[in-house]
Design a protein around this ligand. Structure first.
Ligand code: TRP
Length: 329
C-alpha cells in the first residue's frame, strides 16, 4: 500500500489555498493509501515565533485538519516534536547531505531575507529535518505545494546517497504536486498567490471565516474587463474564480465555463460566493465543536504519536545499524 506523508506548519490561520491545495488531498489520501500527517512544530521554531502561542497554534491546526475530515482511525495524525526519531534522524542523515545543496535552497534565501534580527542555523537546516520527517516512515509519496519541489528533490538525493553509501535502508519518496492549490490567487490581487503573510485581508478567504464574510469577499473579488466567464491570461480574476469553483465542485474548469456561458460576471460571482460559503460551513462548525475540547485534541495527538513512533523506531534502528552507530543489534 502506498504510504503517504505530509507535514503542515502550525502557523497562521489556514486559507482556501491551503485547503484546496493541501488539506483536501490529505483527506483523500486516507482512502488511497496509508496517510501519515504531521503538524511540524519544530519547523515553526526556525523563524522568529512566540513560544506562548505555539501550542495553541498546533492545537488550532490539528483541529482544522480534524474538522476537514482527517480521521484518526484511518490515518496517523501527530505532532512532530512528540516523536524524537525525527530529530535523531536529522542528525544521522546529515552525513548523507550535501552542504553545497543546502546553500542553494530558495526557501532559505527567501525566509532568511525576511528575518529582522537572527537568521538561525535551524532555518538553514530546515530541509534536512523535513527530509527526516519523510524518510523516518519510508514513505512513498509526499503531497506538497509546488513551492516544496526543491525540498523534495533534496530528500530524494539524501535517500539515494544514504543507500549508496550505507546500504538499501531508506525509501526514495516521490513528490505529488497539487495542481489546484498552486493556482489559488488572492481575490483582490489575482496575480499573487493567496497567502497568510503577503496577501490582502479582503482577498484572503480563511477556512474558518463565517459564511457571510466568505460570501462578501467573493462578491467584492476583482474581475477583469469583458463579461465572458472563460479562463485566459488576460483574465486572472475570472480564471481564479473558475478554478476555485471547479475545485470546490470537484469538476473540470471547462464544466464551470460551459455552465456560466453568457450569464455575465454578477451571477457567476454570486454562485461562487454561495457555494464556497456552503462548502466551508461544515468545517467551521466541526472546528467550533472541537475547539471546546482542547484536551480531546491533545489526546488524539498523543495517540497519533504512539502510532507514528511504532513505524519510525524500526527504521531508526536500521539506520543506526547500517551506519555503525551505537551497539550492534
Ligand atoms: N516545508 C513544508 C511546507 O512549508 C512543511 C513540511 C515539513 C513538510 N515537513 C514536511 C511537507 C514533510 C511534506 C513532508 O509546506
Amino acid at each position: 500500500m502506498t504510504r503517504i506523508f505530509s507535514g503542515i506548519q502550525p502557523t497562521g490561520r489556514k486559507h482556501l489555498g491551503n485547503y484546496l491545495g493541501a488539506i483536501v488531498h490529505y483527506v483523500a489520501g486516507q482512502d488511497r493509501g496509508e496517510g501519515i500527517y504531521c503538524v511540524v512544530d519544530l519547523h515553526a521554531t526556525t523563524v522568529h515565533y512566540e513560544p506562548a502561542g505555539l501550542r495553541e497554534s498546533v492545537n488550532d491546526t490539528t483541529a482544522t485538519l480534524l474538522a476537514a475530515g482527517l480521521d484518526p482511525e484511518r490515518c496517523v495524525l501527530f505532532r512532530q516534536s512528540d516523536v524524537q526519531e525525527h530529530t535523531e534522524l536529522t542528525w544521522l542523515i546529515s552525513s548523507a547531505t550535501s552542504y553545497g545543496d543546502l546553500t542553494r535552497m530558495h526557501q532559505f534565501k527567501d525566509k532568511s531575507g525576511k528575518q529582522r534580527d537572527l537568521v538561525t542555523a535551524g532555518l538553514f537546516y530546515y530541509p534536512v529535518l523535513m527530509a527526516a520527517d519523510v524518510l523516518a516512515y519510508r514513505a512513498n509519496e509526499v503531497p506538497v505545494g509546488d513551492d516544496q519541489r526543491q525540498h523534495v528533490e533534496l530528500m530524494r538525493d539524501i535517500a539515494e546517497r544514504f543507500n549508496a553509501r550505507f546500504g538499501e535502508v531508506l525509501v526514495v519518496p516521490e513528490g505529488r504536486y497539487a495542481a489546484v492549490g498552486a493556482r489559488i490567487m488572492d481575490l483582490q490581487v489575482p496575480t499573487d498567490k493567496m497567502s497568510t503573510t503577503g496577501g490582502t485581508p479582503q482577498g484572503t478567504v480563511h477556512v474558518l471565516d463565517p459564511p457571510e464574510a466568505i460570501a462578501k469577499k467573493f462578491r467584492s473579488a476583482v474581475t477583469d474587463s469583458g463579461s465572458q466567464v472563460v479562463r485566459g491570461p488576460d483574465k486572472p480574476g475570472i480564471t481564479n474564480l473558475i478554478d476555485i469553483l471547479a475545485a470546490v465542485r470537484g469538476v473540470a474548469p471547462e464544466a464551470v465555463e460551459a455552465e456560466f456561458d453568457g450569464g455575465g460576471y454578477g451571477a457567476f460571482k454570486q454562485a461562487v460566493a454561495d457555494e464556497v460559503a456552503e462548502y466551508l460551513a461544515p468545517v467551521r462548525e466541526r472546528y467550533a465543536e472541537l475547539s471546546k475540547d482542547p484536551a480531546e485534541v491533545e489526546r488524539l495527538l498523543r495517540a497519533g504519536a504512539e502510532k507514528a513512533r511504532a513505524i519510525a523506531q524500526p527504521v531508526l534502528a536500521d539506520v543506526r545499524e547500517a551506519m555503525g552507530v551505537g551497539p550492534r543489534r
